[in-house]
Design a protein around this ligand. Structure first.
Ligand SMILES: [Zn+2]
Length: 168
């Protein structure tokens, strides 16, 4: 009985597909080691231009407008950094970016057309911005929050060396 069970188990193992590191998504490449990160304004610039805050790569961790990898395609550092609630920060960044866009648009339109501000047209345009803004800012809200997160939770030596994520 035991022999049959072991033999069956061995047969199952033999039938398993060959899992090479390239095919196995759970095997992440070693993250790039950094001596230090740039200062606040450089991080902010990378975040606002949808680049990886760690290395500045333009592809960063995006596979499409709304799709992301777990880590940067160039430096392999994860954007989440062990923070299960990272999306809350990215959502906050998205709301701030959308509200700033709306506020600046209202201000510019009011100044440009004063005293005959086209209120109805402005409401329609602002309404469209409110609906489309979160989608348009979606990737930037992630890269921006990654930059802010890296500034607020500075990486320790282990994380800078590419060994694991930060502690919360
Ligand atoms: Zn990177």
């Amino acid at each position: 009985m035991t022999v049959c069970h072991v033999a069956g188990y061995s047969a199952n193992v033999a039938k398993r597909p060959d899992i090479s590191p390239e095919r196995d998504a759970s095997v992440q490449p070693q993250a790039q080691a950094f001596d230090a990160l740039p200062g606040f304004w450089s991080l902010l610039g990378r975040g606002l231009t949808r680049r990886c805050a760690w290395c500045g790569d333009r592809r960063a961790y995006f596979k499409g407008w709304f799709r992301r990898e777990d880590s940067c395609q160039a430096c392999h550092h994860g954007w989440r950094r062990g923070d299960a609630a990272f999306e809350l920060g990215a959502t906050t960044a998205n709301i701030i970016l959308t509200f700033l866009t709306i506020s600046i648009s209202i201000l510019v339109a009011a100044i440009a057309t004063w005293p005959d501000v086209p209120t109805t047209l402005l409401i329609i345009i602002i309404g469209l911005m409110a609906v489309l803004g979160p989608g348009l800012w979606y990737p930037v809200s992630f890269s921006l929050w990654q930059a802010v997160d890296l500034f607020m939770r500075r990486p320790d030596d282990d994380e800078l060396a590419g060994h694991g994520d930060a502690d919360l």
